[in-house]
Design a protein. Sequence first.
Length: 259
Amino acid sequence: LPAVKLLPFMGPVILLVLGALATLVAEPFLSRQDKHKFLPWIGVLATVLSGTSLAYTLPGHLHGMFAMDPVRGGLILVLLFVLVLGLAAMQRNLSSDDFEGGEPYALLQLATIGAILMVMASQSISLFVGMELMSLAIYPLVGLRRKSPDSAEAVLKYFVMGAVFSAVFLYGASLCYGATGTVAFGGTIAEGRIGVFNLGFLLMSIGLLFKIGMVPFHFWSPDAYNGATSGTTAFMAGAVKVGAVAALGNLWMNFLVSR
């Protein structure tokens, strides 16, 4: 893939960032009822603009950190569609609960940005940044119902186990770096370090399998889904899975190249 400039390559992400910032800026100036009437539409507008900007995003890579091709573009469109559905579901949840704030709408957009970065990532560092941005935005969404014991239990378990498996992913990434001398996927394995690379690849895969909720790393799913609102659960079941599966597929395909 050819090298590209920052703009408009990161246009879809930048527009979502602006949408999240606009949501946060507008939130204090709206009444409790108006927040759930107008803030979701700011997110929808930013999502539509982000999807439109994909038409002007050419295939290429940004300094080897992020890449764009037709497959990644299609996955990003899926994530944007999931975001629109998540905003609609969140609006209904927060309106029925008479929730005071409008921050969850911005958190949904930030979580989607993290998932998009996971899809575009072409090295372990950029993948970890996207993964953690997505996770740190979803943790408070799981614990929105602060007075609910189920919600408190859900966010505690999800946060603690998420931190543990993030550390597992990072340790695996460090082992792969030690074996190949590069953080990029598909690096050439140094002589005598195939065992170190295989262990690192396994640990990175485990970290991503946790995000997907695949057996046997699915033990957090029932508690997290039970304690979260239906809108958050639907968003997690869509956006998180798309981002993690795309990252896992990228990791595995490059593993075959390295071998």
